[in-house]
Design a protein around this ligand. Structure first.
Ligand code: SF4
Length: 366
């Protein structure tokens, strides 16, 4: 069955190390390490973990000369391109470029001397390093004094952010440097949507999407899905980060799920659907789903696997799943394409599902 597809806004393409970003390239997932960058081992452990989970690009903070000095080794070891996040110091930006950073994230508003910005542009041009030019709500206006004032500021704030970004872009375009990725972030989802729509109308540079200071995994996931989902559904966005207070690995997993849910990225393992549970459930379904998810890691791309809480309504509610398990008090019935094929004890559900998914992939019946 052909599913509807979102058409993406045409944008320019930039190269970040070996990776393309924008244009026809897949939407790239980013995250950021939260180890001291100067601690190469700890940072590399996190970079590798993020890359294994599906992160396409990893950003590292470069607040000190020691961090810039560590970048060379991190770039050398990293399986994915490394973005140097630099604030306030042109010297650190130049050191990061010299160390081999594949991309630089700059907020020109933090660099008061335009001559220093031009020095960074020259260094990036020489090494074919793209620059992400970003504005954050916080760097544009003083922190809003509560929700009421925030609401009153919402419309002018969007214009203010776009105007400020236009000033920055003009500095780069005056130097004929167009290897740019643009970003405008707010902690407010509606502001994020509005400002990025404006950016998309104004420029064809690739856009990096994100909600800044989005909160912990609960508020951050919902706020990011609301803002980024609305933009992505309109074809806007070439790379994204779901910023969370917490483990950056969650950022990558949530970004993947968001893109897969919008059919903007193929799933590299089975899609798991599970029922919301009700008074008929007789197992710890949440624990069972976690176990099945773990067991199906990397298995069953393109297949739907249902984990349902009862055999009464489960089979009907699992309609459309290639393989399903409907759990009872002690035993579960396994279904393939809606037909019951076996009964297994509840502690064998995950194992039985993996086996059935593998048989399905191999084209074996039942
Ligand atoms: S599958 Fe069964 S347990 Fe789950 S929500 Fe439906 S009726 Fe309730």
């Amino acid at each position: 069955m052909d599913l509807p597809r979102i058409s993406r806004r045409p944008t320019r393409q930039v190269r970040v190390g070996e990776l393309t970003l924008g244009g026809s390239a897949p939407i790239r997932i980013q995250s950021m390490t939260n180890t001291p960058t100067s601690d190469v081992d700890a940072t590399m452990a996190q970079v590798s973990r993020l890359a294994r989970a599906g992160c396409d690009l990893v950003r590292v903070a470069v607040p000190t000369a020691a961090d810039a000095a560590a970048l060379g080794e991190i770039v050398r070891q990293s399986p994915v391109p490394i973005i140097a996040d630099v604030h306030y110091s042109a010297q650190l930006a130049l050191a990061a470029v010299a160390a081999g950073a594949h991309k630089i994230r700059l907020n020109p508003g933090n660099l008061t001397d335009p001559r220093r910005v031009r020095q960074i542009i020259a260094a990036c041009r020489e090494r074919h390093v793209p620059i992400r030019v970003g504005v954050n709500e916080g760097s544009i206006v003083q922190r809003a004094q509560g929700d009421q004032r925030r609401r009153e500021q919402a419309t002018p704030l969007v214009d203010l952010m776009a105007t400020k970004l236009a000033e920055y872009v003009a500095i780069f375009e005056a130097e004929h440097f167009e290897d740019l990725v643009l970003a405008a972030k707010s902690a407010d989802a509606v502001t994020c949507i509005a400002v990025n729509r404006l950016l998309a109308q104004r420029w064809d540079y690739p856009l990096h999407l994100g909600v800044t200071h989005a909160g912990d995994v609960h508020t951050g996931a919902v706020r990011s899905a609301a803002a980024l989902g609305a933009l992505l559904a309109n074809g806007i966005g070439d790379t994204l980060r779901i910023s969370l207070t917490g483990d950056p690995l969650e950022e990558v997993l949530l970004a993947k799920e968001l893109l897969c849910s919008l059919h903007l990225r193929p799933r590299d393992e089975a899609e798991i659907i599970s029922c919301p549970t009700c008074g008929r459930v007789s197992v710890d379904l949440a624990a069972l789903v976690r176990e099945v998810r773990q067991a199906l890691t990397g298995v069953g791309a393109g297949l739907k696997v249902a984990v349902m809480g009862c055999v009464v309504n489960g089979p009907g509610e699992a309609e459309g799943a290639h393989v399903a398990a409907c759990a009872g008090a002690t035993k579960a019935t396994i279904y393939v394409d809606g037909r019951p094929v076996e009964t297994v004890p509840n502690d064998r559900i995950a194992e039985a599902l993996v086996e059935r998914v593998r048989r399905y992939e191999a084209g074996l019946s039942g």
